[in-house]
Design a protein around this ligand. Structure first.
Ligand code: SF4
Ligand code: SF4
Length: 442
């Protein structure tokens, strides 16, 4: 099935840089990993190790606080510090530093492999909690909390492999290299949630992956997982849009996919969940695309959590020219990194270092609005960013009422398309914080 939707943009994807690059282990391995205690947006964790302790791969080093997740050692070695370090989401945070002994000694206390079909609901949740799984597609919510909320309430499970951010191909490579495991993981989650329909969503430009998955689905059980191909454009991977495109249901303002009986999980989360359920394996590594015009040898890497971003760049041959802009998780919705001292966390799917040539077109000086309407036509939520611009710039905040800003997905399509280079996304974000919107405050 092939679906489409209104809105969105077609940025140059630059995916050719890494599309054919298989996922390879990070070489050389990092001398030190810096593992933040905040790995999800629901809460943090408190250390259960102290400086000088020896740790092994997969060993719990911090346990959840509030609604956070377990944190595990991703290399074996010695805890050398517990302190404040840069966090890739911005600012700094508490982290546990481990000096790598390069032995990769596995933790002897990991849960035993199990037959997932015989697990009850409590066992499934316990394994996911113990594995410290969070959303791995950009969002960073705790997976066990989302599953607990969704179980028995959803009729449709959507596995998101759309990956519409330019440059990133880590999900694409995962589909090609671990397709069977992802299909199995999808079936596991659908069974757990008691969903009638399990849908794997892939963008139309991932032709190799689509053909491969179609063959595998036919061979396995054609009724178990449905493959849906979407027309390639950004931001088709956002939860609300996926629900709309797959089920035809509109997610109303202030509600989530779950309110419409849908659960959405990223493909990397599904892969990790399968590993946790079958093998008791915690989240210690993930795939990361290192790309961008300034990177000497773009590639897809299998990286220990906590690896400083600068080590990823080193493994990709370093910079071939000075990069004016380095980001984690892609240029459209990612986070700018002033330095590469921050580490990889569970939702880091890419490191993009733009070249001067790639960066210049998006940093033109701002001019006046020419009322072309492009920002309105590309907004996937049918908002009017030009109205927001006028209201904010002219200080007429009363006009913000009724513009439904809470619906904004922060996708950045409006800023991207504006011929006057008006920073519309920033203005919309700013407008969301103005307390005059009668319940629409973001
Ligand atoms: S207003 Fe929000 S949802 Fe609409 S295009 Fe801009 S950033 Fe995206
Ligand atoms: S795209 Fe830019 S110039 Fe065109 S209407 Fe929107 S704000 Fe104005």
């Amino acid at each position: 099935m092939r679906l489409k939707y209104l809105g969105g943009v077609y940025p140059t994807t630059f995916k050719e840089n890494t599309r054919r690059k298989p996922i390879v282990p990070l070489e050389p391995a990092p001398k030190q990993v810096i593992i933040p205690l905040v790995m999800c947006t629901d809460g943090g964790a408190v250390p259960v190790v102290k400086v000088g302790d020896k740790v092994t791969v997969g060993q719990v080093i911090a346990q959840p606080e509030d609604r956070g997740v377990y944190v595990h050692a991703s290399v074996s070695g010695t805890v050398s510090d517990i302190g404040t370090y840069p966090h890739p989401w911005g600012g700094t945070g508490e982290a546990i530093v481990i000096d790598n002994d390069f032995q990769d000694t596995p933790c002897p206390n990991l849960p035993e492999p199990m037959d997932w079909s015989k697990m009850n609901r409590e066992e499934v949740i316990r394994r996911i909690i113990e594995a410290g799984i969070t959303s791995m597609g950009g969002g960073a919510s705790a997976t066990h909390l989302r599953l607990k909320r969704a179980v028995g309430k959803v009729d449709t499970l959507i596995v998101n492999a759309a990956e519409s951010e330019p440059y990133l191909t880590s999900d694409y490579r995962l589909l090609l290299e671990k397709g069977d495991q992802i299909l199995e993981g999808t079936q596991m989650l659908a069974r757990f949630l008691r969903a009638k329909r399990a849908v794997l969503v892939v963008s139309g430009d991932k032709l190799n992956a689509v053909e491969f998955l179609e063959r595998r689905i036919k061979k396995r059980d054609p009724s178990a997982v449905e493959l849906v191909t979407l027309r390639t454009r950004y931001p088709m991977g956002m939860e609300r849009l996926l629900v709309r495109m797959v089920t035809g249901r509109e997610v109303p303002p202030g509600q989530t996919a779950l309110d419409l009986n849908c659960a959405v999980f990223n493909v990397a989360t599904v892969y990790t969940t399968r590993l946790a359920l079958l093998k008791g394996q915690p989240v210690t590594h993930r795939t990361v695309t290192v790309s961008g015009g300034a990177v000497a040898r773009p590639r897809n890497l299998w990286v220990p959590i906590g690896t400083p971003l600068k080590c990823l760049l080193e493994a990709a041959g370093g910079l071939r020219e000075e990069s004016p802009c380095m980001l984690t998780n892609g240029p459209m919705s990612g986070t700018i990194q002033e330095t590469l001292e921050a580490p990889v966390v569970k939702n880091t799917k890419g490191l993009v270092c733009l070249s001067q040539q790639e960066h210049d077109p998006v940093t033109q000086p701002e001019t006046v609005c020419v009322r072309c309407g492009h920002c309105v036509s590309v907004c996937p939520m049918n908002l009017n960013p030009a109205f927001v611009y006028r209201a904010v710039r002219m200080g007429e905040v009363e006009r913000l009422k009724g513009l439904h800003l809470a619906d904004c997905l922060d996708c950045g399509c409006c800023s991207y398309i504006c011929p006057s280079h008006i920073p519309l996304l920033e203005l919309v974000r700013q407008a969301k914080t103005i307390p005059t919107q009668g319940g629409e405050k973001g």
